[in-house]
Design a protein around this ligand. Structure first.
Ligand code: AR6
Length: 178
């Protein structure tokens, strides 16, 4: 059994002051956008986009790390989720986002990380499918985590929170690798 805390909460990804890192549902150029990318860049200030210029572009499934600027978090981990039905295989690419973000958090010795529901907004991934991919990817990684002790999923609506909570409760702790 793992003692990493995994939780699903309803809230704003840009307002998670107790987390070492928040994850951005980014675009390939790591520029401000709508939804999560808008909230994170607005709260971080223009220094974030400036720093990101040197890290872009990124590919679907990839994750890169920057500092948090005016956010209450030390770091932002930027992931490019798959556009549903376009970037294939979507499930593997979405799982890669979660796995690669967790690996970066480990590399930086972080103890806590908060994720939004990557790809479920502008990129069109159905929430129920995205929740089961996300939770399977996270749960599969739990035994490998050393520094990371707390993983939070931050869902914008309470309906999405309930879907992610259900997926967490039925996620396999191992196997079912994508
Ligand atoms: N906190 C938490 N979740 C949020 C927030 C917030 N402040 N705002 C929206 N969500 P999206 P994507 C939810 O579109 O699908 C951007 O323009 C939202 O309800 O932010 O990966 C980028 O620039 C949805 O469930 O990310 C890219 O071009 C989820 O977060 C593109 O959109 C993800 O929605 C990325 O699209």
């Amino acid at each position: 059994m793992t003692d990493v805390k995994v939780e699903c909460v309803q809230g704003d990804i840009a307002a998670q002051p107790d987390m070492d890192a928040v994850v951005n549902a980014a675009n390939a150029h790591l520029m401000p956008g709508s939804g999560v990318a808008g909230a994170i860049h607005d709260a971080a200030g223009p220094g974030l986009a400036q720093e990101c210029q040197a890290l872009a572009p990124i590919d679907p499934g990839q994750a890169v790390i920057s500092s948090g600027h005016n956010l209450p978090n030390r770091y932002v981990i930027h992931c490019l989720g798959p556009v549903y039905g376009v970037d294939e295989p979507s499930d593997k690419l979405l799982a890669d986002c979660y796995r690669n973000a967790l690996m970066l958090a480990e590399q930086y010795q972080l103890s806590s990380i908060a994720f939004p529901a990557i790809s479920t907004g502008v990129f069109g991934y159905p929430v129920r499918e995205a929740a089961s991919v996300a939770m399977a990817a996270i749960c599969e990684k739990l035994p490998d985590l050393g520094s990371v002790r707390h993983v939070r999923l931050v869902l914008f609506s309470d309906a999405d929170r309930a879907v992610f909570q259900e997926a967490l409760e039925s996620a396999p702790l191992s196997g079912g690798k994508l």
